[in-house]
Design a protein around this ligand. Sequence first.
Ligand code: NAD
Ligand code: LMR
Length: 342
Amino acid sequence: TLRGSFARKAQKPNQSSHHGLQLQASYKVAILGAAGGIGQPLALLIKMSPLVSALNLYDIANVKGVAADISHCNTPSQVLDFTGASELGNCLKGVNVVVIPAGVPRKPGMTRDDLFNINANIVKTLVEAVADNCPDAFIHIISNPVNSTVPIAAEVLKQKGVYDPKKLFGVTTLDVVRANTFVAEKKNLKLIDVDVPVIGGHAGITILPLLSKTKPSVSLTDEEVEQLTVRIQNAGTEVVEAKAGAGSATLSMAYAAARFVESSLRALDGDGDVYECSFVQSDLTDLPFFASRVKLGRKGIEAMIPSDLQGLSEYEEKALEALKPELKASIEKGIAFAQKQP
Ligand code: NAD
Ligand code: LMR
C-alpha cells in the first residue's frame, strides 16, 4: 500500500510482534542538525523505530542534552551525541541513513531561496563529510532551499567520486503529508486512506500536487482544485506566519521526515512495496532534478514511475510547464555554487 503513515507501515501484519516475529533493529541512522527545531522531534520519532539499532545525533551545539534525554526511552536504539566538526566523522561511520535538517529556517517575509547563502555552505560541508565517511548511505536533505541544496549535494558527491543518484533524496514528504491532510479535510475522508502525489520541487509554485491522481479518487470542482493547490503550495508560509518569527514547520516536518526514514529502512530491509515522493535526479522531464513518486529498494531508488506524469489534468499540465523555469533556475544556482567552490 502507498497510503499508510510511517507508524502504520512499521507494523505490517507479517512483521509485527504479535505474530511472533520481531522486526530486527539493525540500521544506523544519523541526524545532522539534531539539536534544532526539526532535529529534536525527529530524533524522538526515529528513536521509536523498531528498525533502528543506533541513532547518532550531531550538531554544532546543545546536542548532549538532547541525546541524554532521548536515550532514556526504552526502545532498541542506542543514542550517541557528537558535537562540532571534529566529531562529525565518527558520527557518520557505518551509517545507513543520514538525515540533514541543519541550517537556518525562514522568518516571515522571506522565501526559501533567501536561506541559500547560509544553508548552501552548511549542506556542502556536511555532505563532504558524508562522502568521506559513509558514501553508501541514503542521504535525506531537508535543509532549504531543497531545490538548490540537493543539486549542491550531488555536485559535492561527484567531486568526491562517490555520487550515487539512487541514494540522494530531497525530502518533500511534508508536501504529501499536507496534501493528504487538506484533501481529507475538504472531502471528509478518513485520513489514513488518502494519498496525493506531489511533484516538481519544494518551494512555492514548484510544489505541484497531482490532485487528479489522489487515491482514492475524489471529485473536486475547478475552484476546489485551485484552492487546495494554492494552500498546499503556501502551507510552509502558513506556518512561518503563524510562528511569527520563531521559525518554520518543525513538528509536522519531523513527522514527515520520520515517515521517509522509516520507508527507507523498510526498503533497505527488503520490503518490496515502498513508494515515496522525493526530489531526486530524474529523467522524467527536461530538468535534471524533479520530485515524483519513486520506488525504494535495498540500493535506493529502484524505479521511477513515468506513468505518474501521464494523463495529467489540463490544470496540472499548465502548472507543470509554469513551474519549470523557477525550478530550473534554482537547480542551476545550486550547481553553479558547488562548481565555483575551490
Ligand atoms: P533550527 O534553527 O531550529 O535548527 C537548525 C539546527 O541546525 C540548529 O540546531 C543548528 O545548530 C544546526 N546547525 C547549523 N549549522 C550547522 C552545521 N554546520 N552542522 C550541523 N548543524 C548545524 O531550524 P529548523 O526549524 O530545524 O529547520 C532546519 C532547516 O530545515 C531549515 O533550512 C528549514 O528551512 C528546513 N525545512 C525544510 C523542510 C522541508 O520540507 N524540506 C521543512 C521545514 C524546514
Ligand atoms: C516547509 O515547507 O514548511 C519548509 O520548507 C519550511 C519553510 O520555509 O516553509
